[in-house]
Design a protein around this ligand. Sequence first.
Ligand code: SAH
Ligand code: SF4
Ligand code: F3S
Length: 476
Amino acid sequence: MDPIVDLDFIDNRTPEQAAACDTKVTAETNTGKGRKLYIESYGCQMNFSDSEIVSSIMFEQGFDTTADIAQADLVFLNTCSIREKAEQTVRNRLGQINYYKKKKPAMMVGVLGCMAERLKKSLLEEEKIVDLVVGPDAYRDLPNLISEVDGGQKAVNVLLSREETYADINPIRLNSNGVSAYISIMRGCDNMCSFCVVPFTRGRERSRDANSIVREAQALSDQGYKEVTLLGQNVDSYKWASEDGTESVNFAQLLEKVALVDTNMRVRFSTSHPKDITDEVLYTIKKHDNICKYIHLPAQSGNSRVLEIMNRTYDRAWYLNRVDAIRRILGNECGISSDMIAGFCTETEEEHQDTLTLMDYVQYDYSYMFFYSERPGTLAARKLEDDIPLEVKKRRLAEIIEKQRETSLNRNKLDVGRVHKVLVEGFSKKSDEQLSGRNDQNKVVIFDKKHYKKGDYVNVFVHDCSVGTLFGKAID
Ligand code: SAH
Ligand code: SF4
Ligand code: F3S
């Protein structure tokens, strides 16, 4: 099979990085008293973070989590609608889950997240094994919905909210290696990029109470975590004010507050929007050693006309100005990554070339690269024609991937011969004699274990690299 057709989520991540985004939950809570919940997450980090909130709500209802689907009384799929392939993956998975449900007819199956929101009630008709459908803002209603299902009904709640941030819920850290954890700082998106389904599935943008974010960071530090990642679709538009108006916090200020919680705990964040990232944010990153010098700054395209019809609200010159600001303030060492869409509606060959030259200019450390997939209901689906043939989209995507491989290797070569501070996340995939961790720029570094362990900061001299990994030696 053409590998490009098969890979919806193409990137140059190492297996270690990819594993961090695996769909499976491995952590178990086991009181031995409860029914068992098995939860699988698809899509972006927001969904993985939401699954932790869902598990916490269900734990309060007496559900333990299990990593073994065969043991489950309740199966949740936390789903993604971003591309057609993402939805197809979930549909296929529901087919497999049917096998378990046949063996254990009492097993409840719920679809959560973005597909639940997009398809609503129709999911129940299309997928007979589904008992409940719950959108991303309705998780507090899960206990009621479960009791409806217990009573023999099907249950749906896909109401979106303008306020819900789950600020007071203490997530059960399912996706964590005990070293790094996600903190969700905002929900929804107001940007309306023409290709994107997220504003429809996740609703209006809202920022979470800054004090609750700082408290969560403090709790993680107290539990020994060494890294937090602040999550939002557009973190740079974070804006929170206290009800009495005495406190007002923007993203730069929030970053600083979180960085000051524990100077030995790294702070990462994702995603930055090129239209909103300010010099104030960049200077805040510079000021604090524990804020990682790495920015995920999705360009989507290198051509101004395409960016305009994508409704990204910046052009090529603006984007490059932001990249120049990063280089000026944070230097060449700061890691930059991107998302790119190949073959958006009406994109010409020349316009596609502009994406490649933009990549040459920026020298991304890595990128997540996709071909355009029309999503029903979006601005592009309503107003533009999806007129680029699939083979052309795939060829352009292959060229973008090839370019990224080149620049990743260039960038990694610059890291060879230098010492990097690495936070150890665990053993390397290939050997228990080697450890794997990440440097400030989010690159995976592999080195011999010696006496080091998970959660340690280790100075590693890098002597070699591949497209996705740095290899080195710990310096005592
Ligand atoms: N909020 C982030 C992106 C979230 S979606 C941002 O604005 O950058 C993650 C990525 O999926 C997007 O950056 C985009 O590259 C890709 N994507 C979104 N909709 C898509 C579509 N319809 N077809 C192909 N890729 C898409
Ligand atoms: Fe989608 Fe654009 Fe919002 Fe990102 S900023 S989630 S791409 S609408
Ligand atoms: Fe997918 Fe929803 Fe995230 S559509 S990418 S899971 S916000």
